[in-house]
Design a protein around this ligand. Structure first.
Ligand code: C2E
Ligand code: MG
Ligand code: MG
Ligand code: MG
Length: 279
């Protein structure tokens, strides 16, 4: 190696590149079958009000279990789907399922619950998204204000003007937008100021080493303050311990998500876990 100072690993040989391409194509084919064959599911992870313990919302997380019982994590198959049009079909399925689930909760203890849905970059650059979502929420009688679309900072970098236009259209209809994995990308403060978002999610990597690391504490506190000064809700991701929770609470962080507060559950499991509703 040595020729490319930016490459973190040695460049793939042609044989390795071929093998990777073949693997990706195989996953793509299987994923298409999974989508058509109904192998995809959504799990819902609670987002909790740290002070009161009340259920604030849930995040929909896609799950793929193959017929042989093996599970492929979204961190593996979403990036592959993003390399083709498959992500558009998957994204549409996710939105449809999440909104149908939301509609099924109306009238029950969890009526009014907000559902966060992860979006892929290519969904957010599509000018068809706002109208498609508006029609879908109207058809299912789900208020747009109960749907929170999550996007990451890196998604803003590719076509910032187009993404911003779509964001504003979605906000005008009434959908909410949340900035996911905050702190991992490179969105400027100027950009943050001008985005029509209502919340930001502190990336798990800043939560992991709390409360021991002096610097992590400073970063967590700074993100919370930044969010609040911009009138945004701040949600900390990946809370696994009481010590992390206590530290985030001391930093003034109002909302949290993580294994300590609740694992991702199928919809019926979620309903059973919160018989009192959102209180
Ligand atoms: P994300 O949006 O940042 O989601 C949070 C991830 O952290 C989820 O992983 C969740 O299961 C995991 N997590 C939650 N609490 C904890 C914790 O306390 N400790 C640890 N170690 N992890 C925790 P998951 O479900 O594997 O999803 C990974 C990523 O895949 C998501 O990151 C999101 O970027 C993407 N993804 C998931 N579902 C969808 C989807 O429907 N559409 C799209 N486009 N992307 C999705
Ligand atoms: Mg997310
Ligand atoms: Mg995240
Ligand atoms: Mg993530």
């Amino acid at each position: 190696n040595g020729c490319n100072v930016f490459s973190t690993s040695s460049p793939d040989t042609l044989a390795e590149q071929r093998a990777k391409l073949a693997r990706h194509l195989a996953i793509e084919t299987e994923l298409h079958e999974a989508l058509v064959g109904g192998q995809l599911r959504l799990a819902y992870q609670p987002i909790v009000d740290i002070g009161s313990g009340a259920l604030h919302g849930v995040e929909a997380l896609i799950r793929w279990r193959k017929p042989d019982g093996s599970v492929v994590p979204p961190d593996v198959f979403i990036p592959i789907a993003e390399q083709s049009d498959l992500i558009i079909d998957i994204g549409r399925w996710v939105l449809g399922q999440a909104l149908r689930d939301l509609a099924s909760l109306q009238g029950g203890a969890l009526a009014g619950l907000k559902i966060h849905v992860n979006m892929a970059a290519s969904e957010f650059t599509s000018s068809a998204l706002p109208e498609m979502l508006r029609a879908m929420s109207e058809r299912l009688a789900v208020p747009p204000s109960q749907v929170v679309l999550e996007l990451t900072e890196s998604m803003l970098m590719r076509q910032p003007e187009q993404v911003k236009r779509v964001m504003h259209q979605l906000r005008d209809i009434g959908f909410e937008i949340s900035l996911d994995d905050f702190g991992m990308g490179h969105s400027s403060l100027a950009m943050l100021k001008s985005l029509p978002i209502s919340s930001l999610k502190i990336d798990r990597s800043f939560v992991r080493d709390l409360p021991s690391g002096e610097r992590d504490r400073a970063i967590a506190r700074t993100i919370v303050d930044l969010g609040h000064h911009l009138q945004l809700e701040v949600i900390a991701e990946g809370i696994e311990s009481e010590a992390q929770l206590a530290e985030l609470s001391a930093c003034g962080c109002r909302f949290g998500q993580g294994w300590l507060l609740g694992r991702p559950l199928p919809l019926d499991g979620l309903v059973q876990a919160f018989p009192q509703g959102r209180r």
